[in-house]
Design a protein around this ligand. Structure first.
Ligand SMILES: Cc1ncc(COP(=O)(O)O)c(C=O)c1O
Length: 379
């Protein structure tokens, strides 16, 4: 089926009991069994829940995987994938991931004896050099947060596989509408479903999709064994959000392009990061591996004070962390999403005090541009 059809129908079979067109929220902790060892495939709700299973089936189809497992947050999905790596093994990770990913790897997983290299994954030679005999996982995020740097998923997957490592791609910024990492060669995809998949800023969740059944089975074992499951209500909210993913992404995308064009023409903006701009250095790669450029834009106003004046003056764009909702959110990565990274490292990565990130929503684009125009006048 086409992508929009799958968004609506994959995993969303009518309820067998009533025919309800919307998958019910199975808000139950356990299931009555008919006799010893005789049940309907459901024993305990940490292990199996039909609402969660519907979302997992839906996402497995959208990402083209053998299966998916849903977790309590994007970070819980990343934590689950990190269990593919054992003490004494090594991970090569993009140096510009979501700050929380870096924090989890360096401050939590490193305590268990896992080694890490954080490198510029937009440079294949650097990535190649970083592999060691004990490298087990290559963690990619493309586009990266917040500087919209891309990496060549197909090429890096080939490099990793030749060296016996698995490849996981955080596809949160793109969503499967814009990019399908498993088709490009990755083994695993993770999402913070909190973002574009749910799309309405009313749920925290995460999901991991695997290409092979063996990896799905392990993720299911971790989901049950470690217990960071997505709740039935949150599973339902994400499943409902995904039904409109294709139409929302079309609008996010067209608004994103227009706003990037507007921002690129503003003299007060020193630098703008958006893969869809004609002079964006990685535009060709974006065209090769994505089916659009998305709705995430960052721009540098040159100083903390200038960024503060803009963020204080916007009215329609809401100042807040997170992204991917129907409403436009604007944020300051250095003090918000990336505050856990050392200042020197932040500056080196382009997460400067003047950097502002915008997650373009699906409002009328003229209203958004008017709001930004007014706020820029205050800078
Ligand atoms: C790219 C990316 N991955 C993962 C996460 C973590 O997701 P969550 O906040 O749902 O735990 C985020 C959160 O902002 C993110 O932006």
């Amino acid at each position: 089926m086409g992508f929009s059809t799958d968004c609506i129908h994959a995993g969303n079979a009518p309820d067998p009991l009533t025919g309800a067109v919307s998958v019910p929220i199975y808000q139950t902790s356990t299931y009555v069994q008919e006799a010893l060892g005789k049940h309907k495939g459901y024993e305990y709700a940490r292990t199996q829940n039909p609402t969660r299973a519907a979302l997992e089936e839906n996402m497995a189809v959208l990402e083209g995987g053998a299966g998916a497992k849903a977790f309590a947050s994007g970070m819980a999905a990343i934590t689950a994938v990190s269990t593919f790596v054992k003490a004494g093994e090594h991970v090569v990770c993009s140096n510009m991931t979501y700050g929380g990913t870096h924090r989890y790897y360096t401050k939590i997983q490193a305590r268990s004896g896992v080694e890490f290299s954080f490198v510029d994954t937009s440079d294949e030679e650097i990535v190649r050099r970083e592999f060691r005999p004990n490298t087990r996982l290559l963690h990619l995020e493309s586009p990266t947060n917040p500087t919209m740097t891309l990496c060549d998923i197909a090429l890096l997957s080939q490099i990793a596989h030749e060296r016996g490592a698995l490849v996981v791609v955080d596809n949160t910024f793109a969503s499967p509408y814009l990019q399908k990492p498993l088709d490009l060669g990755a083994d695993l995809v993770i999402h913070s479903t909190t973002k574009f998949l749910n799309g309405h800023s009313d749920s925290i969740g995460g999901i991991a999709v695997a290409k092979s059944q063996e990896h799905v089975d392990w993720l299911g074992f971790v989901q049950n064994g470690a217990g960071a499951i997505l709740s039935p209500l949150d599973s339902w909210l994400v499943l409902r959000g995904i039904k409109t993913l294709a139409v929302r992404m079309e609008r996010h995308e067209s608004n994103g392009r227009e706003i990037a064009r507007f921002l690129a023409a503003q003299p007060k903006i020193e630098k703008i990061y958006y893969p869809g701009l004609p002079d964006y250095p990685q535009r060709a790669l974006a065209e090769k591996q994505m089916r659009g450029f998305g709705a995430m834009i960052s721009f540098d106003l040159g100083s903390y004070e200038a960024a503060g004046r803009l963020l204080g003056a916007v009215k329609l764009c809401s100042l807040g962390e997170s992204l991917g909702g129907v409403e436009t959110l604007i944020s300051h990565p250095a003090t918000m999403t990336h505050a856990s990274i050392d200042e020197a490292d932040r500056n080196r990565l382009g997460v400067t005090p003047g950097l502002v990130r915008i997650s373009v929503g699906i409002e009328d684009v003229e209203d958004l541009i008017a709001d930004l125009e007014r706020a820029l006048a205050a800078v």
